[in-house]
Design a protein around this ligand. Structure first.
Ligand SMILES: Cc1ncc(COP(=O)(O)O)c(C=O)c1O
Length: 1016
């Protein structure tokens, strides 16, 4: 390809210090030798020599050679060019396609918002928190629900969460659901997959073929028959054939049965002038109880289906005060800091997996945070008027399309009596599939063949979706295409309303949504100011243990947003999606090579969802062997909260009798050195013989130590017929070095947002490729990309558990990860892990004489990519004497990192008094040294002046936030009347990075004394 075809990169790579460095690893060879010497290793290979040799991968990895920066960009441009974008498309279906507002790319380029971690340190995350707060507030305005979380993976999994919530609200006395057949079949399949083997059950009530909506009489009869088993009725506002449902009647029907009304909405259609907000459904206007929807189209292009954004809403009003405590996911609340400044923070976390473990309301951890940020930007960018215009445009174009299409002989509205908004279904002469293919060859993506959704269809049903991307010229193009294919229109043009049913007032919004119309320039300034309230791994070491906050190349963003990738719809014809399918295929191959396992699924969108897929595969495998009595999962005590929470969601409900576990999750005890106690595993397998579905082991474990007993445990579990899940959150330590197949792993997730360098986005979206052993291959979810003689295709494994995503997961992230892998190549993957381990061992070596290492008994076990330290006993004593209780000390010491211009390490996990540090391979030796020097200085500061911890942090935009009051007096949204104030940094991280450490220490001492004086 000549340079003429390569669009210029939207940044100057040579001005970015980390961008063009080989493998994105800046440490020089000479420094590597020095660092190895400092940790007592002869070379990088030595870092892994405690791992049994027969579990190690013998290089070279079966990966291609690395590509240099410019060649890689050219390669990816060429790859995106293998996809064919149509001249016009009416494909929408399960993922509507709206225009991307121009504030979105601007905000997406704000690195401190894009690359930051989940806002668990609110004082250093006000930027992320404010954008997510604005998202919540915008969605509250649109839906008239009082609480919207931020956020779920996508509409389908949000729906699964809504069903769990509804059952929980009935204290699990009601566990059956009725699903309208007019829901997207893609969503229903995900529900089917994820509810299998749980306590929840459902039936699908078919579509009434006469009007395209759910068959109401059948639904009423089935609801009555369910009686008090019925937990909820689930229905869309706009069905999968585009028909508007009678939402008032459906809501009232659910309530009449004492069940929850769970509605699926399209947020764009709720703008002023659009459809009725679900907070007002029902003849009395009391509203539905739970809502879900897909928010991706609010913010970003289709990206072949993801990242999505699961909208989840729950009532939070006088009659429904407590429902929110049964809801999943993160909520941002409003509060104040110690000086009374307004601040935002995460609230209600006592429902979540990191605290409640198997009793959590959901296993979700990494979510779609950054898509909520972009959705807020897009909604505010459009404003009240723009949202109204987008909503109206979809209506106008769909109705124009209806009047245009029905002029052609043999084309008719499939449901002429039923009102629609922006999606319509027509019947066409002959087969809709054939017509779609013929139109494709003329550069038109005509729509989706929905014949299978109607039992009596002769294969002639075609669904078309319109939005604000369409103009009358597009409808004209549609008309020209059809003229070509089926002949000239048979009738004259007709006026609006001539063929379409009217949308009655009862289905429409009556009062404005009251979104603001803020100035475009002011919004840019506002979002840019918000980003400065965060911190990015671009600037400096971001030492969050277990989270692998490495550098996220700019190149990945440019590539993922190439139109050939970004504009591609997941339901576009296969012949036009070859470039993306090839990436999917290659990525499957690469992960097989890097894990030593037999196959890969690219569908899961986060580590926790990967875990859920793993356990669903285990259940399917055991079921296929008739071993349905396996109802236990063994999990080490030090596991991440997602592991036990996932087990519960998969259907391994934990039941206790006294201290005995009768079923569900059983903890494996740890040796004093933090590793699994193999004798306890033996004991558990003997106690629950034949009942263990599997074991979930994090390796390296959350103390940063390789589990030397792993293979032995795997063998014991296999001997008992169970299976082995490896939590691969810590793959950055071992990728390319350890053969997971040889280790005995049956399933493992690889968090792309950790090891594989995709940005964390202030909480997500992540992605998780799951690799599996031979025995699980037949059951894999979704589709496999397969290589055929004439290109790539999608194939469903023979005994698939079903899909776990409405489409193909977070495809944009797979483009990023693929680009990264091509930059690393076969050498780079091993170099990446080795350098991550070396960086951690080096920083640990620098700190271990000053801080005790945890677990104490494992102080000398070789650390992999992270390590845990704590304060020396004398420091705890000095702090206690200054009035700082031991159980607060570590959290407050973490805040001192913010004052030095770093993010805090992971505090109090898995060790209550631990600071878990993971430096990653992205920083120079000088940067690692500065970090280590700073941590040592922090200790000296605290020992000399312990009261400093009473006032930390000092330089962030807000001081320590009062989370107790914010959780008691929950505020989850606000009317958006004026652009919120942005508190500036007292000293910005960028400024701190240039200050001598002693100068920072002096500034801290002074700031603390001044604050204490003021409060005396
Ligand atoms: C050890 C471990 N396991 C599982 C997870 C869950 O992964 P995710 O957040 O991608 O769902 C995490 C995430 O932080 C983790 O650190």
């Amino acid at each position: 390809m000549s340079n003429n075809h390569i669009p210029p990169l939207p940044y100057d790579a040579s001005a970015l210090p980390r961008e063009r460095v080989r493998h994105y690893i800046p440490v020089t060879d000479q420094e590597v030798r020095g660092m190895c010497a400092a940790v007592g290793a002869a070379g990088l290979d030595d870092l892994f020599d405690h791992i049994p040799p027969d579990c190690r991968i013998v290089p070279p990895l079966a990966l291609p050679e690395e590509l240099p920066y410019d060649a890689l960009y050219e390669h990816m441009v060429a790859q995106s060019g293998k996809n064919r974008l149509p001249g016009v498309s009416f494909v929408g279906d399960a993922l509507p396609h709206y225009a991307v507002h121009d504030l979105v790319p601007f905000v997406a380029g704000l690195r401190e918002l894009l690359t930051a971690y989940t806002p668990y340190q609110p004082e250093r995350s006000q930027g992320t928190l404010m954008t997510q707060w604005l998202y919540q507030s915008c969605l509250v305005a649109l839906t008239e629900f009082e609480a919207i979380n931020a956020s779920q993976y996508d509409r389908a999994t949000a729906l699964v969460e809504a069903l769990h919530t509804a059952a929980r609200l009935s204290r699990h006395k009601r566990t059956h659901f009725l699903l309208a057949g007019s829901l997207f079949p893609q969503d229903v399949e995900v529900v089917q997959t994820l509810l299998q083997d749980t306590l929840l059950t459902f039936d699908v009530v078919p579509i009434d073929a006469a009007n395209g909506t759910v068959a109401l009489a059948a639904l009423e009869a089935q609801a009555a028959a369910c009686g008090d088993r019925l937990a909820g009725i689930v229905f869309p506002q706009v069905g999968s054939l585009g028909c508007l449902e009678d939402v008032d009647r459906l809501t009232d029907l659910a309530h009449a049965q004492g069940a929850k009304a769970v509605v699926v909405i399209d947020p764009m259609l709720l703008a002023t002038g659009g459809l009725k907000p679900p907070g007002r459904f029902g003849r009395e206007g009391q509203g539905a109880d739970l809502l879900v929807g897909e928010g991706q189209p609010l913010a970003i292009a289709p990206h072949f289906g993801g990242p999505g954004l699961g909208i989840f809403g729950v009532r939070f009003n006088r009659t429904h005060k407590q429902d929110i405590r049964s809801a999943p996911g993160r909520f941002v609340g409003s509060g104040v800091d110690s000086e009374g400044r307004a601040a935002k923070l995460l609230v209600l976390s006592t429902r979540e997996q990191h605290i409640r473990r198997e009793k959590a309301t959901s296993n979700i951890c990494t979510n779609q945070g950054f898509v909520t940020t972009l959705a807020a930007a897009a909604i505010l960018g459009r404003g009240e008027r723009g949202m109204q215009a987008s909503c109206a445009r979809g209506y106008e174009m769909a109705h124009l399309a209806a009047r245009t299409l029905t002029r052609f002989s043999g084309v008719e509205l499939a449901f002429p009596q039923t009102p629609f908004w922006n999606t319509l279904t027509v019947t066409v002469p002959g087969s809709s599939a054939a017509l779609i293919e013929a139109a494709r060859q003329r550069g038109v993506h005509l729509g989706v063949d929905v014949s299978a959704r109607l039992p009596d269809s002769t294969g002639n049903h075609l669904q078309l979706s319109c939005s604000d991307v369409h103009t009358p010229a597009d409808i004209e193009r549609l008309s020209v295409c059809l003229t070509d294919l089926i002949g000239a229109p048979a009738t004259e043009a007709v006026p609006p309303g001539a063929v379409e049913a009217n949308v009655p007032a009862s289905l429409r919004r009556q009062a404005p949504a009251q979104l603001p119309d803020w100035d475009a320039g002011a919004l840019r300034t506002f979002f840019a100011a918000l980003s400065e309230q965060n911190i990015s791994p671009d600037l400096t070491c971001y030492p969050l243990g277990s989270c692998t906050m490495k550098y996220n190349p700019y190149l990945h963003e440019a590539v993922a947003n190439l139109p050939g990738f970004a504009e591609l719809h997941p339901e576009a014809p296969v012949a036009d999606i070859q470039g993306t399918l090839e990436v999917l295929y290659q990525i499957q191959e690469y992960f097989k090579a890097m894990t030593g396992l037999a196959a890969v699924t690219t569908q899961p969108v986060a580590g926790a969802q990967g875990e859920l897929v793993g356990l669903k595969l285990f259940q399917a495998y055991h079921r296929s062997r008739g071993e349905t009595e396996r109802d236990m999962v063994l999990i080490p005590h030090s596991a991440h909260g997602t592991n036990p929470a996932t087990a519960t969601m998969a259907g391994f409900e934990t039941v206790h009798r006294g201290s005995d576990v009768l079923s569900g999750v059983v903890e494996i005890e740890a040796e004093p050195n933090g590793q699994m106690n193999i004798e306890h595993v033996r004991e558990l397998l003997a106690r629950y013989r034949g009942r263990v579905a599997g074991v979930m082991i994090t390796n390296p474990n959350t103390s940063g130590v390789f589990e030397l007993n792993f293979r032995q445990v795997a063998t014991l579990v296999h001997e008992d017929g169970g299976l082995v899940y490896m939590d691969g959150a810590n793959m950055n330590a071992i990728a390319g070095w350890v053969d997971l197949g040889a280790l005995g792993v049956d399933a493992v997730h690889n968090n792309l947002h950790k090891t594989w360098s995709i940005p964390h986005g202030g909480g997500g979206p992540g992605d998780a490729i799951v690799a599996v052993s031979e025995r699980l291959v037949p059951f894999l979810p979704g589709y496999q990309a397969v290589k055929m003689a004439d290109g790539y295709a999608l194939e469903r494994p023979p005994q698939s558990i079903g899909s776990v995503h409405r489409h193909f997961g977070n495809m944009a992230h797979k483009i990023r990860a693929y680009t990264y892998l091509r930059a690393l190549g076969r050498e780079g993957v091993r170099r990446m892990s080795a350098m991550a381990v070396l960086a951690a061992r080096y920083v640990h070596t620098r700190l271990k004489d000053h801080f005790p290492t945890l677990p104490e008994e494992a102080a000398d076990s070789p650390r992999m990519h992270e390590f845990i330290i704590t304060l020396p006993p004398a420091a705890f004593e000095r702090l206690e004497a200054a009035g700082i209780h031991r159980n607060k000390a570590i959290g407050l010491f973490g805040k001192l990192f913010l004052d030095f211009g770093f993010h805090a390490p992971t505090v109090s996990f898995p060790e209550a008094e631990g600071l878990m540090i993971e430096p990653t391979e992205s920083y120079t030796q000088a940067e690692l040294d500065r970090f280590a020097d700073a941590v040592i200085l922090m200790l000296q500061l605290v020992e000399a002046q312990p009261t400093i911890l009473l006032t930390v942090p000092h330089f962030t935009p807000v001081d320590k936030i009062d989370d107790v009051t914010a959780n008691k007096q929950l505020v989850l949204s606000e009317p958006l009347t004026a652009l919120p104030e942005v508190s500036p940094n007292r000293i910005s991280p960028a400024q701190l990075a240039t200050m001598p450490l002693e100068a920072i220490a002096k500034a801290i001492r002074e700031a603390s004394s001044a604050r204490l004086d003021r409060h005396q």
